[in-house]
Design a protein around this ligand. Structure first.
Ligand SMILES: CCC[C@H](NC(=O)CCC(=O)O)C(=O)O
Ligand SMILES: NC(=O)OP(=O)(O)O
Length: 315
């Protein structure tokens, strides 16, 4: 494995999930793989879980780790080609990525969408420039349209905790006060459409995700209908794909509550975090017995470790 940017970079999802669960049982079994190898984690946006879990995963494998908040600690990056850099940008991504590729064996990149230009975001223009110029294997730490390490941790969690061969999994939209990326729901949908689950996406009219990510999902605007008999509920806000980055008005109440959970099959509630309490997801659910959000976050380590192990084995 030289690239981990989406489910399309994985040949056998079940085998990768099994690797992650095996590493969870025996985290330090492969420290020889990472000896004298360096992972760089480069963030253009904030992070808690991705930063800490991926660093821990690398350390478990015997790697050295460097973390760079390039938006704060690096030079102002020029991402466009063919411009005279006589403004506020100081370093072109061509040089920055190539130089980091000299210091590192594997690089992780977090680059959120601008949510202004759909073409730029959905062609992964920024992320792909890092891939093009760094010259080493790349792991997505969340790009403009996907969050594969999160999705792998999510499928590991569902595999680990399901009580039936083919559980009903529901991705439900949730309210927010500002437009958020579609990366997490896109990615979750993409992985669930390839998993052994019955997958439903529930969202208000106007919040349709890009169809490239939802082929095979049942899609409804009726949240109660979706929640009926659900085994896992994945809660997440996202902004509209069309009109891009906007927040069309939603009249109905979409925040998940204990009352709503009564129509499910005693469902386990998931969220990638960070979560806005009592805005995106009720505190009573987060603090109650249905929430598995912390367990889900703990599996980020094993997801990252399974991916890094595959990449180290290919170096
Ligand atoms: C892992 C999730 C990262 C990011 N979340 C946010 O940007 C939340 C920001 C907020 O709630 O103000 C997102 O939705 O893609
Ligand atoms: N879920 C997730 O990726 O969290 P962070 O943004 O804190 O890394």
């Amino acid at each position: 494995m030289k690239l981990f940017t989406s489910v399309n970079d994985v040949t056998d999802i079940n085998a990768l999930v099994a690797d992650a669960l095996a590493l969870k049982k025996d985290p330090y079994a492969h420290q020889h793989l990472g000896k004298n190898k360096t992972l760089g984690l480069v963030f253009l946006n904030p992070s808690l879980r991705t930063r800490m879990s991926t660093q821990k995963a690398a350390l478990n494998l015997g790697m050295n780790v460097m973390v760079l908040n390039i938006d704060k600690e690096g030079w102002a990056l020029e991402l466009r080609d063919g411009v005279v850099m006589n403004g506020t940008t100081v370093e072109h991504i061509r040089e920055a990525a190539a130089v980091m590729g000299q210091y590192l064996d594997i690089i992780g990149i977090r680059s959120f969408p601008g949510l202004k230009d759909r073409e730029e975001d959905y062609t992964e223009a920024i992320f792909n420039k890092f891939v093009e110029f760094c010259g080493i294997p790349v792991v997505s730490l969340e790009s403009a349209t996907r969050h594969p390490l999160q999705s792998l941790a999510d499928i590991v969690t569902i595999t680990e905790l399901k009580t039936k061969a083919r559980p009903k999994v529901v991705l439900t939209w949730a309210p927010h006060i500002k437009p958020l990326p579609q990366a997490v729901p896109n990615s979750f949908a993409e992985w669930m459409c390839r998993a052994e689950v019955d997958f439903t996406i529930a969202h208000p009219a106007g919040y349709e995700l890009c169809e490239d990510f939802t082929q095979g999902a049942t899609i409804t605007h009726n949240q109660d209908e979706a929640l009926k008999d659900a085994d896992f509920i994945y809660v997440k806000n996202w902004s509209a794909y069309e009109p891009y980055g906007q927040m069309p008005e939603v009249k109905d109440e979409w925040m998940l509550t204990n009352d709503r959970l009564k129509i499910t099959n005693d469902a386990k509630v998931m969220h990638c975090l960070p979560v806005r309490r009592d805005l995106e997801l009720s505190a009573e659910v987060l603090d109650g017995p249905h929430s598995i959000v912390v367990h889900e976050a703990s599996n980020r380590v094993w997801a990252a470790q399974a991916v890094l192990k595959r990449i180290l084995e290919s170096l």
